[in-house]
Design a protein around this ligand. Structure first.
Ligand SMILES: Nc1nc2c(ncn2[C@@H]2O[C@H](COP(=O)(O)OP(=O)(O)OP(=O)(O)O)[C@@H](O)[C@H]2O)c(=O)[nH]1
Ligand SMILES: [Mg+2]
Length: 257
């Protein structure tokens, strides 16, 4: 059980290694098993335990960040609710940039390697983490995936987080920037309902703009709600389907590295 959000079993996740073998290897995080507080205290200790888990995650995230900085890898954490278009955006990005940039992808989903398969078909090496009943990636999962992905110096590493606007907000993965994707079919009030994600993001992609004529979604309202929470948040309107906004996204990527 994840003590922070109650979402899953920490030793349940597995990593699909597309690059080296095609088995469904199970990775276990020794830290979780050896955590001195696990099951050792009555419920009154739960809050302290949660802080322990987040501070330990932050420590591991700093280790990942140091690794990325040493290799001059631009690491971006893509977060959103399920189905907002993260993988579609990555597919288009890889197809457009791969001649000039090396791109690697870590995919997070509860089950299946479908997204990693899509990414590899687009032309970038990818590794899939399945979190089982867990609803977010954590820094240790990323660390273990990095041991297999062999990310090259000066490349871009996209981490597509599990589709969930809640728990991934709490877990720093060591990324340089966090990109939250919302799609126009989700409603323009999402920033108000899930404020932590928008507070912690650097860029907000509003995707599926090709569907704006058919849905009740005010771009201005969504932006205003998000800016109330995070005045520094940047926005890009995008359609992964038509390609609208892609040049702005590529410009933004170019400015980060
Ligand atoms: N109309 C339209 N459909 C889109 C757009 N982007 C993605 N989709 C569709 O939305 C659905 C979900 O897209 P994905 O890219 O799988 O979304 P995701 O965020 O990766 O989904 P999860 O990984 O399951 O959270 C697919 O059917 C896509 O074809 C877009 O810009 N416009
Ligand atoms: Mg996806």
């Amino acid at each position: 059980m994840c003590e922070t959000c109650g979402c899953g079993k920490p030793d349940e996740f597995k990593i699909h290694d597309h690059n080296h073998d095609h088995s469904h290897e199970h990775e276990h995080d020794g830290h979780w098993h050896s955590h001195p507080h696990d099951h050792a205290h009555p419920p009154k200790k739960v809050i302290a335990l949660n802080l322990d888990i987040l501070s330990e995650n932050n420590r591991l995230a700093e280790r990942n960040r140091g690794y990325f900085e040493a290799k001059e890898v631009l690491c971006l954490n893509l977060v959103s609710s399920p189905g907002s278009g993260k993988t579609s955006i990555l597919e288009k990005t890889i197809q457009a940039l791969i001649p000039s940039r090396r791109i690697f992808v870590i995919e997070g989903d509860q089950q299946t390697a479908r997204d990693a398969d899509r990414i590899e078909k687009s032309g970038a090496p990818a590794i899939q983490i399945n979190t089982g009943s867990g609803c977010h990636l954590d820094a240790n999962m990323v660390h273990l995936a990095l041991k297999k992905l062999e990310v090259e110096n000066h490349s871009i590493l996209f981490i597509e987080n599990v589709g969930n606007l809640v728990c991934p907000a709490l877990f720093d993965l060591g990324e340089k920037k966090r990109v939250v994707v919302i799609s126009v079919t989700e409603g323009d009030d999402k920033p108000l309902k899930y404020p932590y994600m928008f507070q912690s993001a650097d860029l907000c992609i509003i995707n599926k703009t090709d569907l704006l004529p058919y849905v009740d979604f005010s771009v201005e309202s969504a932006k205003n709600y998000a800016k109330q929470l995070n005045p520094k948040l940047e926005f890009i309107l995008m359609s992964a389907k038509t390609g609208e906004g892609m040049p702005l996204w590529f410009d933004w990527l170019g400015k980060q590295s």
